[in-house]
Design a protein around this ligand. Sequence first.
Ligand SMILES: Nc1nc2c(ncn2[C@@H]2O[C@H](COP(=O)(O)OP(=O)(O)OP(=O)(O)O)[C@@H](O)[C@H]2O)c(=O)[nH]1
Ligand SMILES: [Mg+2]
Length: 254
Amino acid sequence: MNRDTPELLIITATYNEAENLPILASQVMKLGLPANLLVVDDNSPDGTGQIADELAQQTSGGVRVLHRSGKLGYASALREGFALGLQDGYRVIMTMDADLSHDPTRIPALYAATEHHDIAIGSRYVPGGGTENWPLSRIVLSRTASALARLLTGLPVRDCTGGFRAYRKEIIQKADLLDSSTEGYSFLMETLFKCHRIGASVCEVPIVFHDRQRGQSKISKKIIFEAGWVLLKLFWCRLTGKATPSGDALHTAE
Ligand SMILES: Nc1nc2c(ncn2[C@@H]2O[C@H](COP(=O)(O)OP(=O)(O)OP(=O)(O)O)[C@@H](O)[C@H]2O)c(=O)[nH]1
Ligand SMILES: [Mg+2]
C-alpha cells in the first residue's frame, strides 16, 4: 500500500459519458474528502477516456483512470475497480454511476455509514429516498426488480438493485466479490446476496435518484434478461444453500 493512498476510492464505470464526467468529477472533488475518483472507461467512442485523462492531470491524480479495450460491461468495470482498490489499499470502496443520477452530495453520508456497517446502500426505497423525473416504465421496472429480488433472495434490503454503494474493503475480500461473471446490474443483487450470506451488516442510506439529463442509457434487453436469470439462480442458491451463481462455495458467517 502506498502511504499516500487516501481512505476512499469512488469507482465510476463510464461508457459515453463525455458530457457528464467533468461535472461529476468537479462535484466529487469539491467535497474535499480523502478520496480518489476512479474512472473505468471502456474506450468510449465519444472520448470520455481522454476527458478522464485530462481530469486526472488537472486534479493532480485526484481522478484516476483505468482504460479498457472496449465495451466489456458495467459489472466487470466495477470488478476491475474493486481489484485496483484492494491492491492499492483503500479502506472504503464506493461505486456510483457517471450520469449524475447518483447525487455526489450523498457520498459523505454513505462513507460515514461504513464506520458502523460493512456496506452502505444508497436507497431509493427508504424514508427520505426517492426518484426524480423517472418515466413510469422505469419506476415499475425498478420497483418490480427490487420487490422480486427481496422476495426470492430473502435479502432484508429495500433497494437491491441500486449501484450507489460503499463497501468496506474487508467485505469485498471475504465475500469474494471479484469472483463473478455477471455483466450488468444483476451483479448488484449478486454482491448483496453473497455479503448477506456471510453475515455482513448492511444499512440503507436515503438517496434521491435523478433521471439522466445528458447522454444515453445503456440498459438493454440482454441485461434485463440476465437480471431475471441471475435472480432465479440466487433463489436456487437460497433453497439449496449450496453455491453462489458463479459456482464458488458458500462462506459461513464468522
Ligand atoms: N465501463 C463501462 N461502463 C458502463 C457500461 N455500461 C454502462 N456503463 C456505465 O454504467 C453507469 C450506469 O449505466 P446507465 O446507462 O446510466 O444505466 P442505467 O442507469 O441503468 O440507465 P439510465 O437510468 O437510463 O441512465 C453509467 O455511468 C454508464 O456509463 C460498460 O459496458 N462499460
Ligand atoms: Mg443511469
